[in-house]
Design a protein around this ligand. Structure first.
Ligand code: PSU
Ligand code: MN
Length: 320
């Protein structure tokens, strides 16, 4: 039994994703915690479907990733999306440590960036789009709260297109951690790490990239050299949808204060903050959030197209 057959015991491909992967056509993985825990019903379901459409529009196949009835899914049906979207915070937020248990229980799980990377990798998908990644939380020097997303980026071969990370995190420490673990963080058309709702964070990046072809080449080279791990592609929110820094900072501070007062920690903290920020900003942050995810999906699709093209050229060149 080869690896792919062994995987069949746990992983289901949607028909379109299976065909695209088999034929070497571009595929973009999409996460599902952003659906259940990142946005309120019904805009979460609407957005998930729009994001899939945005990927298709640019010539790639979307593979929304989740666990349904204990099966890993690479490519979720609209019913699957709706199920997780309606479940909201009661869906199991599934990161690396949770994955085997959600499968063993035959349960439904919404996959985080870390778990989505794992399933994408198993499915042979190298490009993934989301909103924001997890990172080093503020106060982590006391709490040790560092998202498993960062460890996953250190060893799983998937490029993650995101709008940076929310400043609920300590963005400076997040960059330091990624540097230590050898994870490239590149700015798409920017020298600065974007801060999700805002195009700017004040943290300079080491590398700006303006060409998907170059980025795809770097991915190919990294993995050919056996330099395992992901790449963070930080894509700033389009200026017209960005929020004012003072406004969003005040909301984030308030949400962080409430979380501290309530003693919220562990896997609950990020979903709590996401939901409070959305409530406190009266929907404006939700609009920005949706726009930036669509923007990331389009870039990820372009990157997947470029990467698939390079892989094809590469295999033709190396044909005996
Ligand atoms: N940050 C966001 N939106 C999100 C998340 C983080 O701006 O939806 C979700 C992602 O699924 C991410 C997870 O992988 O939260 C990180 O959770 P934790 O910090 O518990 O690792
Ligand atoms: Mn955490």
């Amino acid at each position: 039994m080869n690896d792919r057959q062994a995987l069949r015991g746990y992983l289901d491909f949607s028909e379109e994703v299976e065909a695209a992967v088999a034929e070497g056509r571009p595929v973009v993985a999409l996460e599902s915690t952003i659906i259940s825990h990142g946005m309120p019903w019904p805009r979460n379901a609407e957005t998930a479907l729009r994001v899939e459409a945005a990927v298709r529009e640019r010539g790639a196949t979307p593979a929304t990733i989740a666990v349904i009835g204990g099966r890993l899914k690479a490519g979720l049906s609209p019913e699957g999306i709706e199920k997780l979207a309606k479940a909201g915070q009661s869906a199991i937020k599934t990161s690396r440590r949770d994955l085997p248990f959600v499968v063993a229980d035959g349960a439904d799980g919404a996959t985080t960036v870390a778990a989505t990377m794992i399933v994408a990798d198993l499915a042979g998908i190298r490009v993934f789009a989301t909103g924001g990644i997890g990172g080093v939380h503020r106060g982590a020097t006391e709490t040790f709260d560092v998202s498993a997303d960062l460890e996953e980026l250190a060893h799983t071969d998937v490029a993650v297109v995101c709008a940076g990370a929310k400043s609920i995190l300590d963005l400076g420490l997040t960059l330091e951690y990624l540097e230590t673990r050898g994870v490239p963080v590149v700015g798409w058309g920017t020298e600065e790490l974007p801060a999700f709702y805002s195009r700017y964070s004040g943290h300079k990046l080491d590398r700006r990239i303006d060409s998907v072809r170059l980025l795809a080449r770097a991915m190919l080279i990294k993995w050919k050299l056996g330099l395992r791990g992901g790449i963070v592609v930080a894509n700033p929110i389009p200026a017209e949808y960005a929020m004012g820094k003072a406004e969003i900072d005040a909301i984030i501070e308030r949400a962080l204060g409430e979380a501290a007062d309530l003693g919220i920690k562990g896997k609950e903290i990020t979903p709590f903050l996401l939901a409070r920020i959305s409530e406190l900003s009266g929907g404006e942050s939700l609009d920005s959030n949706i726009r930036l995810v669509l923007n990331n999906a389009a870039l990820a699709a372009d990157l997947a197209v470029a990467y698939a093209g390079l892989l094809r050229e590469d295999s033709e060149e190396n044909r005996p």
